[in-house]
Design a protein around this ligand. Structure first.
Ligand SMILES: Cc1cc2nc3c(=O)[nH]c(=O)nc-3n(C[C@H](O)[C@H](O)[C@H](O)COP(=O)(O)OP(=O)(O)OC[C@H]3O[C@@H](n4cnc5c(N)ncnc54)[C@H](O)[C@@H]3O)c2cc1C
Length: 476
């Protein structure tokens, strides 16, 4: 039985309309559906439909909303763009969807080298605003064009960016404004570029999967843009690409900003869609190096090109034509949806992270991922692509659209189970798309029962009634 009382939609609506203007509270079935589904494989059940979708326009409104929901013990699901791939944006309980799309202030304070913004902005919009003024946004998920900046910060996802080059998004967050599940408003961090040493609650909310508070404002350090140098390398045997990355790290070649991998099947789908000749076999990697000057960026890139040749790249070359770079980048970044479209199903992938030393074995494990699983092994093809420079692979499967919900649920479980086993094997932890939700069983095994209980304890302190994003934390 649910731990939350049941309400009528009209009761919740009445309770909220004194807090947020009725124009921004929707009980329309379409809005409620739209705001409760994610890119998941499994369909939404009627009993999981939210009561209402609310779009507060200020921190005060968020605070009042949380206070109201807490007093009534109604779950609140914070929704950026709902593109989470790990179950964080699919709800099992009825509740209020707090959509962040109106939390969109934007204030660039160049005199102090930071920008403050609301969480509801699309990441690409922020990127464009920063680039116009000569700055760089230090995060780049494949969902850049749709994901909200708040959702990205909650996951602390660097995605395409290579951690060893620029770190995680959280390294650039100077401070936050957060509304607690009980309604109190917190300020964290600093306005200085000198970040607090010692205890800084900012770090709990960044990467906190939306479990501890609603982020209503983000202060991000302004990062000046740099110069770029691009390249591509083709391999008849994908292992060569993997070894080139191992050598890059062990032979002290400065890591790139992006280094992306497509296996034969992924490259075929992606390259063809861009009108490019795909590799006949093996794999392709594309990379972008950065530097203060063009010479510096090119020197780093050229050093890596040498490494790829030592690992038997059949073709390894700089890319000077930005149109070509944009095409190969799009070939990589759209491969998931393209593969799903080509096979007429829905995409499903895991995130397997390796150590530098284990990278070759890890790639081989990704090739075999699912072969020993009863449902996954019925799927004919696997695509392996990913952020190879960041030591992260996405083995991807396409599930037929006409599978029953039960079978779809099984296959999703198998992917997360295999993902967990491999990340435990390599003693790693990624967390792309969100660490909680479906990855709680992994977390418990990887870090032990004590760690798990500590996090539950922290959640209880912040959220005594467990009303904030309760479904971003699936325990079973
Ligand atoms: C085509 C595609 C490509 C993708 N590529 C990547 C990738 O390369 N790397 C990667 O990591 N992910 C990727 N994703 C997954 C997803 O886009 C990211 O996880 C993204 O960070 C989620 O942003 P969102 O705005 O959609 O968040 P949502 O899905 O809306 O929310 C994610 C979680 O954050 C919480 N949340 C959101 N905003 C707030 C807030 N203001 N305060 C408190 N909690 C909040 C939500 O409650 C939820 O628990 C991809 C998804 C798609 C569809």
């Amino acid at each position: 039985m649910s731990e939350y009382p049941e309400y009528e939609v009209s009761d919740v609506y009445e309770g909220l309309k004194d807090i947020v203007s009725a124009d921004y509270i929707s009980t329309s079935i379409y809005e409620r559906l739209n705001n409760a589904v994610d890119c998941r494989t499994v369909d939404l059940k009627r009993a999981q439909l939210p009561y209402v979708v609310v779009r507060p326009g200020s921190t005060q409104e968020v605070s009042d909303l949380m206070e109201y929901a807490n007093s009534k013990k109604i779950p609140v699901f914070v929704r950026g763009s709902g593109t989470s791939l790990s179950g964080a944006s699919s709800y099992r309980h009825k509740g209020i969807v707090l959509n962040t799309s109106r939390l969109t202030h934007f204030n660039m304070v160049e005199k102090s080298c930071f920008v403050e913004m609301g969480p509801g902005h699309c990441a690409q919009y922020i990127q464009e605003q920063l680039e116009k003024e000569g700055y760089f946004l230090p995060m780049h998920p494949g969902s850049m064009k749709v994901a909200s900046i708040g959702g990205i910060i909650c996951n602390n996802t660097s995605a395409h960016c290579v951690d060893a080059c620029i770190g995680k998004p959280g390294d650039y967050i100077l401070g936050l404004q957060v509304v607690l599940p009980t309604g109190e408003v917190l300020e964290t961090g600093t306005k200085s570029l000198r970040r607090p040493a010692g205890i800084d609650l900012t770090r709990l909310f960044v990467g906190g999967d939306g479990l501890f508070g609603v982020i209503t404002s983000i202060r991000l350090r302004l990062v000046p843009s740099f110069r770029n140098a691009y390249g591509i390398a083709f391999f008849d045997d994908a292992i060569g690409a993997v070894r080139a990355v191992q050598r890059m790290y062990t032979e002290k070649v400065p890591p790139p900003l992006f280094l992306e991998f497509l296996d034969e099947w992924a490259a075929k789908v992606g390259f063809k869609a861009q009108g490019l000749e795909p590799p006949h076999r093996g794999a392709v990697i594309i990379f972008q190096f950065i530097g203060q000057t063009e010479e510096e960026a090119c020197a780093k890139r050229d050093r890596f090109l040498e490494v790829t040749r030592q690992e038997k790249a059949t073709e390894a070359k700089p890319i000077d034509d930005l149109d070509y770079w944009n095409k190969v980048w799009t070939a990589r970044s759209s491969v998931g949806p393209l593969a799903a479209q080509a096979e007429g199903g829905r995409g499903l992938s895991g995130e397997i992270v390796s150590t530098v030393e284990g990278l070759e074995d890890c790639y081989k494990d990704c090739l075999e991922m699912g072969d020993d699983m009863p449902t996954l092994n019925t799927l004919s093809r696997k695509y392996v692509y990913g952020h190879l420079g960041a030591l992260s692979f996405h083995p991807a499967f396409i599930t037929p659209g006409d599978w029953s919900d039960e079978v779809k649920a099984k296959v999703v479980n198998e992917v997360f189970l295999k993902e967990a086993r491999l990340n435990i094997k390599y003693e790693t932890c990624g967390g792309e798309w969100g660490q909680a939700a479906r990855r709680v069983p992994f977390y418990r095994k990887r870090y032990g029962e004590k760690s798990f209980q500590l996090i539950k304890g922290i959640k209880r302190v912040f959220d005594p009634n467990n009303i904030l994003n309760p479904d971003a934390w699936l325990e079973e």
